[in-house]
Ligand binder design. Structure first.
Ligand SMILES: *Cc1c(COP(=O)(O)O)cnc(C)c1O
Length: 458
């Protein structure tokens, strides 16, 4: 391998056209989308960094596996294949297929949640928090203190504060804890990895108190990369072996295969408790589909079985993490304030530091997302007070801890010249950052408001 330049370790077999647009056209598109990039049409976007979820390019091996799809209602060969891959990877005996991660969350957290229940996590992802709160339970985030400091370098900034974890369990009583959820990598916390030592300590605390430990394993392969390269004792282990070791510390996991499963749709719930698995399976059959397909087609399950193995390929993982770091490091050199070190699947820009003159109540992250679109046709996602803000009794905004904008990198989709274009667009934006203005919300739904809220520039 040549060490100076990390190339994309694939050739392109099929291409998808990108529609280019003018700045004037984009201004109009954004106005029509009520200044919410989620409401744009994809053909109005040049580089789509809204999410890395379900946006992966499948490999030739995955496309050919689709033809093998067994579409039988029950006991399909494709299910056997997928179940075997997941069992071998996770070590859990009870596997429930779902159409995506949040369906697995819904099955599990409605069973474990309800009024009076508490869930504790390094950071609950937005759909995780929504599913928990929707059940009437409470979701508490306790990342380590370093995680709240965007420019502070720490090798495992995704770690949970294990001291607080023990205190919280004792304070609330083990019987009121629905689960402790470790999100790897920590998506909302900057795509930052969790160390094996931290997962081991969580496991120990949970076992000591008799509390359930669930892994949100959406990016377990990317997390394994960081462990191998940053945590002593893992240099010689394979990425897959590292992931297997982490799964075996937990009592179960949920996974959105739209991330490290390298597929466009799919997910699963895996558990080691028969009784709980049976309860979840009943709801699965009522809401998702029969227990051997759970809302997926046979071909989806085939692609997922292949993707869950491909993702641990060392050349792929090296390119994946190196290409995300390339974007982050170039932005940092330009003076763009970013969360450091750069995480696995995305670069998080500190919008508050970028636009210090825009207060949280005027949503600096949303303003940056809008300006990136107008300047370069780049779509990205606010992860700040639009996504996580709450209101107090007087209707005043309680801001999120950080005002971030996430540039999520779809897997195997964009080449380095696309990323260089994103960097050039930022260089342009940084020239006139003082002129940027905030926004106000004109419509919002009660849950997950960032998806459908409407805005107006101030
Ligand atoms: C994407 C994601 C989910 C939800 O999965 P979907 O497939 O989008 O429903 C849950 N947790 C984390 C950490 C995620 O990134």
């Amino acid at each position: 391998m040549h060490h100076k330049i990390t190339i994309e370790p694939f050739r392109i077999k099929a291409v998808e056209q990108i529609k280019l647009s003018t700045r004037e056209a984009r201004q109009q598109y954004l106005r029509q989308a009520a200044y919410n990039p989620f409401l744009l049409k994809s053909e109005q976007v040049i580089i789509d960094l809204l999410t890395d979820s379900g946006t992966s390019a499948m490999s030739a091996a995955q496309w050919s596996a689709l033809m093998r799809g067994d579409e039988s209602y029950a006991g399909a060969k494709s299910w056997e294949r997928l179940e075997a891959v997941i069992k071998d990877l996770t070590g859990f005996p009870y596997i429930l297929p779902t159409h995506q991660g949040r369906a697995a969350e819904h099955l599990l957290y409605t069973r474990l949640g309800g009024p009076g229940k508490i869930f504790i996590s390094n950071t609950h992802f937005d759909t995780t928090r929504a599913n928990i709160e929707y059940s009437g339970a409470q979701a508490i985030d306790i990342p380590i203190a370093e995680a709240r400091r965007p420019d502070h370098i720490h090798p495992f900034k995704g770690n949970i504060d294990t001291l607080k974890l023990g205190q919280l369990i004792e304070q609330h009583g083990a019987q009121s804890i629905g689960a402790v959820i470790l999100t790897v990598t920590n998506n909302s916390g900057g795509g930052q990895p969790v160390s094996m030592a931290n997962a081991r300590e969580v496991s120990r605390i949970c076992r000591q108190h008799g509390v359930r430990f669930i892994l949100d394993a959406c990016r377990i392969a990317e997390n394994a990369y960081f462990i191998k390269h940053r945590e002593p004792g893992y240099e010689d282990k394979s990425y897959r072996a590292i992931a297997q070791e982490m799964f075996r510390l937990a009592d179960g996991c949920i996974m959105s295969a739209k991330k490290d499963g390298l597929v466009n749709i799919g997910g699963f719930l895996a558990l080691n408790e028969l009784e709980l698995a049976l309860q979840c399976r009943t709801v699965l059959i009522i809401t998702e589909g029969y227990a051997t397909y759970g809302g997926l087609s046979g071909r989806d399950m085939e692609a997922m079985a292949v993707g869950l193995e491909e993702v641990f390929d060392p050349d792929y993982l090296h390119y994946r993490i190196a290409s995300t770091a390339y974007l982050g490091n170039k932005l940092y050199e330009l003076g763009v304030p970013i969360v450091r070190p750069v995480g696995g699947h995305a670069v998080y820009v500190d919008a508050q530091a970028c636009y210090p003159h825009i207060p949280p109540a005027q949503y600096p992250g949303q303003a940056l997302a809008c300006n990136l679109y107008i300047e370069g046709g780049i779509r990205c996602c606010e992860i700040g007070s639009v996504m996580f803000g709450k209101y107090d009794e007087s209707g005043k905004l309680i801001p999120a801890p950080m005002e971030l904008v996430r540039l999520a990198i779809p897997r195997r989709v964009y080449t380095q010249s696309h990323i260089d274009y994103v960097i050039a667009t930022f260089a342009e934006l940084m020239q006139h950052r003082e002129a940027a203005r905030g926004l106000r919300i004109t419509y919002e739904p009660p849950f997950l408001r960032h998806f459908t809220a409407r805005f107006e520039p101030l």
